[in-house]
Design a protein around this ligand. Sequence first.
Ligand code: SAM
Length: 282
Amino acid sequence: MELWYTEEHTDDVRFSIKVKEQLHSEQSEFQSIDFFDSYEFGKFFTLDGLMMVNEKDEFAYHDMIVHVPMATNPNIKKVLVIGGGDGGTVRELTRYASIEKIDMVEIDERVVRLSQKYLPITASKLEDERVNLYFEDGVAFVDGLEKAYDLILVDSTDPIGPGEGLFSKAFYDNCFRALTDEGILVNQHESPYYDRDAKEMKRSHSKIKKLFPVSKVYQFHMPTYPSGHWLFGFASKKYDPLKDADLDAWNKLGLKTKYYNTNIHIGCFMLPTFAQDMLDEV
Ligand code: SAM
């Protein structure tokens, strides 16, 4: 018998992965969590029926959320990760000896505990001594913070369910206040390809653009997300990722990466015309 995991990327498009076995299934306080083992993508998990992380393409997402801002400002010392329960974003951050503190605020402790059990490839650095885990709502966590972080990474689910507030204007306002004068915000920015994702991309960009002096969007290839074309938002109070990044300094760190490199750092901000047009419209 063949087992297949199928996800609806739109009402009319489905994406399927042949599965070896389902490893775990539960309904947590916040969402349904399912872990699988598969032939092509290795172990993976879904939240409310949407692919989050798998062993095969997680490197693209985690390289791009972390190394783009870190190459832009190598003096980042205090970092806040919101969401990111699989631990992959924290894993990449811990590779920088210069970072002093990494706070991770994940609403659902079960995602972290299950990732530690089934996905050590991403969760392996959550015990680093610079990492502090908070099992709280990221929206409430940033409320009232003042100039506390040099970098905030919003490694969130889509804007439905517990992730909805992480795409609100009030949340972005609070992130702005929570950042130092040189602060950078990178957020999961959906995709320009299918209408539903493109709508969220535009809504997010229109809110952030009004707040931050520098507001750009960059792309990467994520085979298991709808259309495979995914974006992060880069917003900053001071640094421009193209003009200010010290790419030679980043190369001298000698970090070995599988997706990110300093050519991609420049290239990822060059968006296809249809995507750039949509962002320019808002
Ligand atoms: N790379 C993934 C993607 O874009 O599909 C995201 C991975 S990570 C697993 C997303 C995490 O955000 C989930 O574990 C979820 O529990 C968490 N999350 C959702 N809403 C949150 C909130 N309001 N505060 C903190 N964490 C939240």
